[in-house]
Design a binder for this molecule. Sequence first.
Ligand code: ATP
Ligand code: MN
Length: 530
Amino acid sequence: MPAFDHQGLRAKIAGAAVSLSDNAIAPALVAAAIGQGGATLTAHGALSVETGAFTGRSPKDKFIVRDGLTADRVWWDNSGAMAPAQFDVLLNDIERHLAGQALFRQDLLAGADPDNQYDVTVLTPSAWHALFIRNLLIRRDDGIAISDRAMPVTIVHAPLFQADPARHGCRSETVIALDMSRNLVVIAGTRYAGEIKKSVFSLFNFHAPDQDVLPMHCSANLGPEGEAALFFGLSGTGKTTLSNDPNRPLIGDDEHGWSAKGVFNLEGGCYAKTVNLSAKAEPEIHAATRRFGTVLENVVLDAGNVPMFEDVSLTENTRAAYPIHVLPSIAKGSVGGTPKTVVFLTADAFGVLPPLARLSPDQAVYHFLSGYTAKVAGTERGVTEPQATFSACFGAPFMPLHPTVYGAMLAQRLEQSGAQAWLLNTGWIGGAYGTGKRIDIASTRRLLSAALDGELDGVDMRFDPLFGFEVPMSVPGVDERLLDPRQCWADGDAYDVQATKLVALFRKNFEKFGPEANADAGPKLQMAAE
Ligand code: ATP
Ligand code: MN
């Protein structure tokens, strides 16, 4: 099959525009966004925008073109399928919709490793989305090694286009469609900017294993001897918060590859949650929200245009998007060597998991495949039952292949590197949500640095009979009682009931992986059987 003519498509769409802003930098994009309406400068100079109806991703509206390349490889239980002809109709209709509009074109890169790089062009009629993706991906003048063999990707962004399910084979007027064979993406009917960055990630997650690269939904930073640490976790579990550490240069915020050479960032920016953001607990992120060029999404401003980060009236999922180089401490070239530590973050609203546990390699793969976290349910009539979420590889919506493909690669990488895996619970202790409280960021950071710095190599560990992992008996600087969740609960029996409930959920979820995955490395209903 001849290579798809990306240059031709890009030129055609740009050529049909009434005007084209070509690779504009932040000041011009900020001015254009304000001119287009709906964007305001905050008191500190960041650009504040609202995304309207969609304040988060729309995973059910995401489709992969089902063709010869993808039919037998994509895990269709987890992804919607679109026929190639429907994709072409959709792309054509969007081209016509964009023709005659003022367009913004950004030519960026994804992949800080020249052997694993994408040449990404985004075309959008929205100035602030152009600024967003310029902040999030790698800019050509970032000093990242650029390959002339980078794989072209074209993203056509039409936030105001309304898709037609009958005509385009989608589910609603919102559609995110990915053609893995030609590396084309169309995004329509949503203004949530995170869709753009996550679509690049989805392409990478499909292709990377062919290049012997493990694609990962994780943040990454470097220790004092240049040893990398990875932080996996679902949304809101602390990847961005905990990887920002003045003593550990940041490799990247959210998406990485692990090749035979080591870890590399896919992106060139950060997309931080800002709910309840404080200068004290998260100084680097807080400072980044006060700079010109940063995009603040769905953050409510006061009368003087000062952000009110505690205000969740638009959404809990308020965000700041900024280039990685605004942070005080970043890794040169956005790469790191072979990881020494792998941390799985979870925010356990059941209050069952210990705040820190050491995992064997098999347990690491078990928790990677499970991808557990728990949210607090809505407070309808005062009911606050936790809701478990299991999302394979800590990122199921953007991992197109079967999770065991990524799981097997992780197992191999852990074996080759000898990296130590940990489970870090940033969620509730002393009871479930409602009774207990969320562990404070300072205690979590203390536990994390003890694990990262090898402080726990010689300390006594207790064996956890339910989960089978090891839990440190003491960590300097942390109240010992915190380390044993059962001791934190006022009623030990109530803890056992809750723990049994969670173990059953883990086991039930794991059944979907079939016999290939090692369920024995997971928790056992031992307590209930006794
Ligand atoms: P996403 O994948 O959506 O980017 P993320 O894993 O990067 O999610 P963060 O942006 O780090 O998640 O969000 C963690 C949130 O939880 C922050 O708002 C942080 O302030 C809050 N938080 C509260 N307690 C803790 C804790 N003990 N550890 C980490 N974060 C905590
Ligand atoms: Mn994050």
